[in-house]
Ligand binder design. Structure first.
Ligand code: PEP
Ligand code: MN
Length: 372
């Protein structure tokens, strides 16, 4: 594990001598945060003692148990730390390091290894195969959903997408089948074995959506719905967090931070295009967000070329570009009859086109050392 410390920028609050060396507490602009690096092979008891000391101080410990070493992130109000609280003196503590980035838990400072999200048989992130989530924009009826699910599964998709709660620009447009749609998703999961990703629009629906789905999707329009982020953080199921329509990468990571800070480490980021002056495509897919996220964060990143382009003809090229740039997964809309789809038909691939794309993605993935 490698940590970079910029002591000048960290503005030490105070430093003190202790039997084990010098403890430095840091003050910074965006809240207070430090990482306590435990000695290699520190015992469980030593780790628990440090965690308990932090809790006693009113701080929230976020332990990350590594193979050789455990690090404990501590978040809280700097005023709670007083001179006499010498965490450094506790046995098993090797080092205390400040976190300088505003996204404390989403950043690489606290966790240098890539996070892998475990969705049963599917693993997303690190060197795992590139996961493809595919399915219709909206769950329309049971037959449509089953037909798409069987076809995308046959083509190699490993997760089924489909909205039961739809965030529509017009209040008069189809809003989704709500719980009936969730039940259809669950039935198709039983039949096909495909795990489900579906959107939750409102804090009031988090519990019911979580009951049926494997991954809770937070849509672009809700990226900064902070109550929703926290509720999804409390529930503990993996969260797919789409980038907001006009959000910077830092704002996106801060949104992820809400889920992580609520105690849910299972966040998947999803680049789905942002608003620019360009009108030839529905949105502009920010391919460079992939390597930027990879540098700044340990969280896996999915790319959604369907909402990103708004046009099925461009979906394949952007999907291949995303894989080449290092995406961990793709989210692609597929519909058996796009011309008659209730929503997003223009950007939906027919199953045979999706199948052809899956074959074309394979060599691209191989070229960058990944597998599909
Ligand atoms: C969707 O995935 O169906 C959706 C509405 O996406 P976004 O939030 O990216 O617009
Ligand atoms: Mn859609």
């Amino acid at each position: 594990m490698e940590f970079k410390i910029d002591f000048a920028a960290a503005k030490p609050l105070f430093a003190e001598e202790s039997s084990g060396g010098i403890t430095v507490y840091f003050k910074e602009r965006n809240g207070f945060k430090m990482i306590i690096v435990m000695k290699p092979y520190a015992t469980k008891e030593e780790i628990k003692l440090v965690e308990q000391r932090l809790i006693d101080l009113g701080l929230k410990p976020h332990p990350i148990y590594g193979e050789f070493r455990t690090v404990i992130g501590a978040i809280g109000d700097e005023r709670l730390i007083k001179k006499e609280h010498n965490i450094f003196a506790l046995s098993g503590v090797e080092e205390i390091i400040p976190v300088l980035k505003p996204y404390k838990l989403a950043g690489r400072e606290i966790k240098s290894e890539d996070t892998v999200i475990d969705i049963g048989s599917v693993k997303i992130g690190a060197s795992n195969p590139i996961a493809v989530m595919a399915g219709p924009c909206a769950v329309e009826d049971a037959a449509q959903l089953l037909e798409v699910a069987l076809k995308v599964k046959e083509a190699g998709a490993c997760i089924l997408r489909g909205g039961a709660y739809k965030p529509r620009t017009s209040p008069y447009a189809f809003q989704g089948l709500a719980e009936d749609g969730l039940k259809m998703l669950a039935d198709v999961k039983d039949e096909t074995g495909l795990p489900i990703v579906t959107e939750v629009l409102d804090t009031r629906d988090v519990e019911i959506v979580a009951r049926y789905t494997d991954i809770l999707q937070i849509g672009a329009r809700n990226m900064q719905n902070f109550r929703l982020l926290t509720e999804c953080g409390n529930i503990g199921k993996p969260v797919l967090l789409k980038r907001g329509l006009c959000s910077t990468i830092e704002e996106w990571l801060m949104a992820a931070e809400y889920v992580l800070a609520a105690g849910n480490p299972n966040v998947i980021l999803c680049e789905r295009g942002i608003r620019t002056f360009e009108t030839a495509t529905r949105n502009t897919v920010d391919i460079s967000a992939i390597p930027v996220i990879k540098e700044l964060s340990h969280l896996p990143i999915v790319v959604d070329p369907s909402h990103g382009t708004g046009n099925w003809r461009f979906v394949g090229a952007v999907a291949k570009g995303a894989v080449a740039a290092g995406a961990d997964a793709l989210m692609i809309e597929v519909h058996p009859d796009p011309a008659n789809a209730i929503s997003d038909g223009a950007q939906s691939l027919k199953p045979d086109k999706f199948n052809a794309l899956m074959c074309e993605l394979e060599p691209v993935a191989r070229a960058v050392g990944r597998r599909m």
